[in-house]
Ligand binder design. Sequence first.
Ligand SMILES: [Zn+2]
Length: 268
Amino acid sequence: MDMTLLPRTAALVIPILLGWLAGIFINYASDVLPATRRFSQPVCPECQTPFRWVDYLTLRACRNCGRQRSLRTWLVQILAVAAFVYFWLYPSKALGIPLGMLVLTYFGIITVIDLEHRLILHPTSLAGAVLGLIVGISIHSRAGGFWFGLGKSLLGGLFGFGVMYLLYQFGALVARLRARKMQAAGQAADDEEALGGGDVYLAGVLGLMLGWPFIWDGLLLGVLLGGLISFLFIFALLLRRRYVKDALMTFIPYGPYFIISAFYLLFL
Ligand SMILES: [Zn+2]
Protein backbone atom coordinates (compact mmCIF):
# COMPACT_ATOMS: atom_id res chain seq x y z
CA MET A 1 0.00 0.00 0.00
CA ASP A 2 1.16 3.51 -0.81
CA MET A 3 2.13 4.92 2.58
CA THR A 4 1.92 8.53 1.37
CA LEU A 5 -1.74 8.10 0.46
CA LEU A 6 -3.11 8.60 3.96
CA PRO A 7 -1.29 11.88 4.74
CA ARG A 8 -2.21 13.17 1.30
CA THR A 9 -5.87 12.37 1.85
CA ALA A 10 -5.75 13.87 5.35
CA ALA A 11 -4.17 17.00 3.88
CA LEU A 12 -7.33 17.51 1.81
CA VAL A 13 -8.84 18.96 4.99
CA ILE A 14 -6.82 22.10 4.21
CA PRO A 15 -8.36 22.97 0.79
CA ILE A 16 -11.83 21.90 2.00
CA LEU A 17 -11.59 24.25 4.97
CA LEU A 18 -10.03 27.11 3.00
CA GLY A 19 -12.54 26.62 0.17
CA TRP A 20 -15.43 26.82 2.63
CA LEU A 21 -13.99 30.05 4.10
CA ALA A 22 -13.46 31.46 0.59
CA GLY A 23 -17.09 30.61 -0.22
CA ILE A 24 -18.25 32.50 2.87
CA PHE A 25 -16.16 35.51 1.88
CA ILE A 26 -17.44 35.41 -1.74
CA ASN A 27 -21.04 35.24 -0.48
CA TYR A 28 -20.46 38.02 2.05
CA ALA A 29 -18.82 40.36 -0.49
CA SER A 30 -21.57 39.62 -3.03
CA ASP A 31 -24.26 40.30 -0.41
CA VAL A 32 -22.99 43.61 0.98
CA LEU A 33 -20.77 45.32 -1.62
CA PRO A 34 -23.43 46.00 -4.30
CA ALA A 35 -25.72 47.56 -1.66
CA THR A 36 -23.35 49.50 0.58
CA ARG A 37 -20.00 49.52 -1.32
CA ARG A 38 -18.21 48.57 1.90
CA PHE A 39 -17.82 45.62 4.26
CA SER A 40 -20.99 46.34 6.23
CA GLN A 41 -23.18 44.15 8.41
CA PRO A 42 -25.20 41.73 6.21
CA VAL A 43 -28.99 42.08 6.20
CA CYS A 44 -31.79 39.71 5.19
CA PRO A 45 -32.70 40.38 1.54
CA GLU A 46 -36.38 39.80 2.37
CA CYS A 47 -37.02 41.93 5.49
CA GLN A 48 -33.76 43.93 5.74
CA THR A 49 -33.21 42.80 9.35
CA PRO A 50 -29.48 42.73 10.14
CA PHE A 51 -28.11 39.21 10.53
CA ARG A 52 -26.35 38.21 13.74
CA TRP A 53 -22.82 37.32 12.69
CA VAL A 54 -23.07 33.81 14.13
CA ASP A 55 -26.25 33.16 12.14
CA TYR A 56 -24.81 34.68 8.99
CA LEU A 57 -21.54 32.74 9.11
CA THR A 58 -23.28 29.44 9.84
CA LEU A 59 -25.69 29.99 6.92
CA ARG A 60 -28.82 30.04 9.12
CA ALA A 61 -32.18 31.33 7.97
CA CYS A 62 -33.33 34.84 8.94
CA ARG A 63 -34.61 34.88 12.55
CA ASN A 64 -37.14 37.59 11.81
CA CYS A 65 -38.95 36.38 8.67
CA GLY A 66 -37.64 32.82 8.44
CA ARG A 67 -36.36 33.22 4.88
CA GLN A 68 -33.82 30.51 4.05
CA ARG A 69 -30.44 31.47 2.64
CA SER A 70 -30.36 31.75 -1.14
CA LEU A 71 -29.58 28.93 -3.55
CA ARG A 72 -26.60 31.00 -4.69
CA THR A 73 -25.18 30.96 -1.17
CA TRP A 74 -25.08 27.15 -1.13
CA LEU A 75 -23.94 26.89 -4.74
CA VAL A 76 -21.00 29.21 -4.05
CA GLN A 77 -20.01 27.21 -0.94
CA ILE A 78 -20.01 23.92 -2.86
CA LEU A 79 -18.28 25.29 -5.97
CA ALA A 80 -15.61 27.05 -3.89
CA VAL A 81 -14.76 23.86 -1.99
CA ALA A 82 -14.72 21.82 -5.23
CA ALA A 83 -12.47 24.35 -6.99
CA PHE A 84 -10.07 24.60 -4.03
CA VAL A 85 -9.76 20.82 -3.77
CA TYR A 86 -9.23 20.47 -7.53
CA PHE A 87 -6.54 23.14 -7.76
CA TRP A 88 -4.92 21.78 -4.60
CA LEU A 89 -4.48 18.44 -6.33
CA TYR A 90 -3.72 19.93 -9.76
CA PRO A 91 -2.26 23.40 -9.07
CA SER A 92 -2.09 26.07 -11.74
CA LYS A 93 1.46 26.07 -13.17
CA ALA A 94 1.32 29.82 -13.62
CA LEU A 95 0.02 30.71 -10.15
CA GLY A 96 0.84 27.93 -7.70
CA ILE A 97 -1.53 27.11 -4.84
CA PRO A 98 -1.74 30.20 -2.55
CA LEU A 99 -1.96 32.79 -5.33
CA GLY A 100 -4.33 30.48 -7.23
CA MET A 101 -6.67 30.44 -4.22
CA LEU A 102 -6.66 34.24 -4.01
CA VAL A 103 -7.43 34.58 -7.73
CA LEU A 104 -10.23 31.98 -7.51
CA THR A 105 -11.82 33.92 -4.64
CA TYR A 106 -11.53 37.19 -6.53
CA PHE A 107 -13.02 35.71 -9.72
CA GLY A 108 -15.83 34.27 -7.60
CA ILE A 109 -16.75 37.68 -6.17
CA ILE A 110 -16.78 39.58 -9.48
CA THR A 111 -18.62 36.76 -11.27
CA VAL A 112 -21.44 36.58 -8.71
CA ILE A 113 -21.87 40.37 -8.49
CA ASP A 114 -21.72 40.74 -12.28
CA LEU A 115 -24.28 37.97 -12.87
CA GLU A 116 -26.68 39.22 -10.18
CA HIS A 117 -26.39 42.98 -10.68
CA ARG A 118 -24.79 43.46 -14.12
CA LEU A 119 -22.25 45.46 -12.23
CA ILE A 120 -18.49 45.59 -11.85
CA LEU A 121 -17.82 47.74 -8.80
CA HIS A 122 -14.99 50.25 -8.53
CA PRO A 123 -13.78 48.96 -5.13
CA THR A 124 -13.47 45.41 -6.50
CA SER A 125 -11.69 46.74 -9.60
CA LEU A 126 -9.24 48.62 -7.38
CA ALA A 127 -8.58 45.55 -5.22
CA GLY A 128 -8.26 43.57 -8.46
CA ALA A 129 -5.62 45.96 -9.77
CA VAL A 130 -3.45 45.27 -6.70
CA LEU A 131 -3.97 41.50 -7.00
CA GLY A 132 -3.44 41.75 -10.77
CA LEU A 133 -0.06 43.43 -10.31
CA ILE A 134 1.06 40.77 -7.81
CA VAL A 135 -0.06 37.96 -10.14
CA GLY A 136 1.40 39.59 -13.26
CA ILE A 137 4.77 40.29 -11.61
CA SER A 138 5.00 36.79 -10.13
CA ILE A 139 4.27 35.17 -13.50
CA HIS A 140 6.50 37.36 -15.65
CA SER A 141 9.44 38.01 -13.33
CA ARG A 142 10.48 34.36 -13.67
CA ALA A 143 11.75 35.10 -17.17
CA GLY A 144 13.70 38.27 -16.44
CA GLY A 145 13.49 39.62 -12.91
CA PHE A 146 11.18 41.96 -11.02
CA TRP A 147 11.33 45.03 -13.28
CA PHE A 148 10.82 42.92 -16.38
CA GLY A 149 7.75 41.34 -14.72
CA LEU A 150 6.41 44.70 -13.61
CA GLY A 151 6.79 46.08 -17.13
CA LYS A 152 5.00 43.13 -18.73
CA SER A 153 2.18 43.32 -16.19
CA LEU A 154 1.68 47.08 -16.62
CA LEU A 155 1.81 46.81 -20.42
CA GLY A 156 -0.83 44.07 -20.32
CA GLY A 157 -3.05 46.15 -18.04
CA LEU A 158 -2.71 49.23 -20.22
CA PHE A 159 -3.47 47.25 -23.35
CA GLY A 160 -6.54 45.52 -21.89
CA PHE A 161 -7.88 48.79 -20.54
CA GLY A 162 -7.09 50.71 -23.75
CA VAL A 163 -8.69 48.26 -26.17
CA MET A 164 -11.88 47.96 -24.11
CA TYR A 165 -11.97 51.73 -23.59
CA LEU A 166 -12.00 52.28 -27.37
CA LEU A 167 -14.70 49.63 -27.80
CA TYR A 168 -16.67 51.29 -25.00
CA GLN A 169 -16.45 54.69 -26.71
CA PHE A 170 -17.63 53.10 -29.95
CA GLY A 171 -20.54 51.45 -28.11
CA ALA A 172 -21.47 54.78 -26.51
CA LEU A 173 -21.48 56.40 -29.95
CA VAL A 174 -23.81 53.70 -31.30
CA ALA A 175 -26.05 54.13 -28.25
CA ARG A 176 -26.26 57.91 -28.85
CA LEU A 177 -27.17 57.43 -32.51
CA ARG A 178 -29.78 54.90 -31.50
CA ALA A 179 -31.27 57.23 -28.86
CA ARG A 180 -31.54 59.99 -31.49
CA LYS A 181 -33.24 57.62 -33.91
CA MET A 182 -35.70 56.46 -31.25
CA GLN A 183 -36.51 60.04 -30.29
CA ALA A 184 -37.08 60.88 -33.96
CA ALA A 185 -39.47 57.92 -34.11
CA GLY A 186 -41.33 59.31 -31.09
CA GLN A 187 -40.13 56.66 -28.64
CA ALA A 188 -38.51 57.36 -25.30
CA ALA A 189 -34.78 56.66 -25.30
CA ASP A 190 -33.65 53.88 -22.97
CA ASP A 191 -30.37 53.40 -21.18
CA GLU A 192 -29.26 50.35 -23.09
CA GLU A 193 -25.49 50.20 -23.27
CA ALA A 194 -23.62 47.98 -25.70
CA LEU A 195 -20.71 47.49 -23.33
CA GLY A 196 -20.67 48.25 -19.61
CA GLY A 197 -18.09 50.71 -18.30
CA GLY A 198 -17.08 48.21 -15.62
CA ASP A 199 -15.91 45.81 -18.33
CA VAL A 200 -13.22 48.34 -19.24
CA TYR A 201 -11.77 48.21 -15.71
CA LEU A 202 -12.12 44.43 -15.61
CA ALA A 203 -10.15 44.15 -18.87
CA GLY A 204 -7.46 46.33 -17.26
CA VAL A 205 -7.31 44.09 -14.17
CA LEU A 206 -7.11 40.91 -16.26
CA GLY A 207 -4.45 42.61 -18.40
CA LEU A 208 -2.32 43.16 -15.27
CA MET A 209 -2.76 39.49 -14.32
CA LEU A 210 -2.07 37.98 -17.73
CA GLY A 211 0.50 40.59 -18.75
CA TRP A 212 1.76 41.30 -22.22
CA PRO A 213 1.28 39.59 -24.68
CA PHE A 214 -1.15 37.09 -23.08
CA ILE A 215 -3.83 39.74 -22.61
CA TRP A 216 -4.28 39.45 -26.40
CA ASP A 217 -5.37 35.84 -25.98
CA GLY A 218 -7.53 36.79 -23.00
CA LEU A 219 -9.42 39.53 -24.85
CA LEU A 220 -9.73 37.56 -28.08
CA LEU A 221 -11.01 34.46 -26.30
CA GLY A 222 -13.47 36.54 -24.25
CA VAL A 223 -14.83 38.42 -27.26
CA LEU A 224 -15.10 35.22 -29.32
CA LEU A 225 -16.90 33.46 -26.49
CA GLY A 226 -19.23 36.44 -25.96
CA GLY A 227 -19.84 36.63 -29.72
CA LEU A 228 -20.56 32.91 -29.97
CA ILE A 229 -23.07 32.98 -27.12
CA SER A 230 -24.70 36.12 -28.57
CA PHE A 231 -24.88 34.46 -31.98
CA LEU A 232 -26.63 31.42 -30.47
CA PHE A 233 -28.97 33.80 -28.65
CA ILE A 234 -29.83 35.66 -31.89
CA PHE A 235 -30.25 32.34 -33.68
CA ALA A 236 -32.70 31.19 -30.98
CA LEU A 237 -34.64 34.44 -31.38
CA LEU A 238 -34.72 33.96 -35.16
CA LEU A 239 -36.14 30.48 -34.68
CA ARG A 240 -38.89 32.02 -32.59
CA ARG A 241 -39.40 34.66 -35.32
CA ARG A 242 -38.57 37.55 -33.09
CA TYR A 243 -37.11 40.69 -34.63
CA VAL A 244 -33.38 40.50 -35.25
CA LYS A 245 -33.24 44.22 -34.59
CA ASP A 246 -34.10 43.61 -30.93
CA ALA A 247 -31.51 40.89 -30.66
CA LEU A 248 -28.72 43.02 -32.10
CA MET A 249 -29.49 45.75 -29.61
CA THR A 250 -29.47 43.37 -26.67
CA PHE A 251 -26.85 44.19 -24.08
CA ILE A 252 -23.76 41.97 -24.27
CA PRO A 253 -22.14 41.68 -20.83
CA TYR A 254 -18.54 40.80 -21.59
CA GLY A 255 -17.52 40.54 -17.94
CA PRO A 256 -18.30 36.84 -17.42
CA TYR A 257 -16.70 35.90 -20.76
CA PHE A 258 -13.49 37.74 -19.89
CA ILE A 259 -13.38 35.99 -16.53
CA ILE A 260 -13.90 32.60 -18.19
CA SER A 261 -11.10 33.23 -20.68
CA ALA A 262 -8.70 34.53 -18.00
CA PHE A 263 -9.59 31.55 -15.80
CA TYR A 264 -8.82 29.21 -18.71
CA LEU A 265 -5.47 30.86 -19.45
CA LEU A 266 -4.34 31.06 -15.82
CA PHE A 267 -5.54 27.71 -14.50
CA LEU A 268 -5.93 25.22 -17.38
ZN1 LIG B 1 -35.75 38.24 7.04
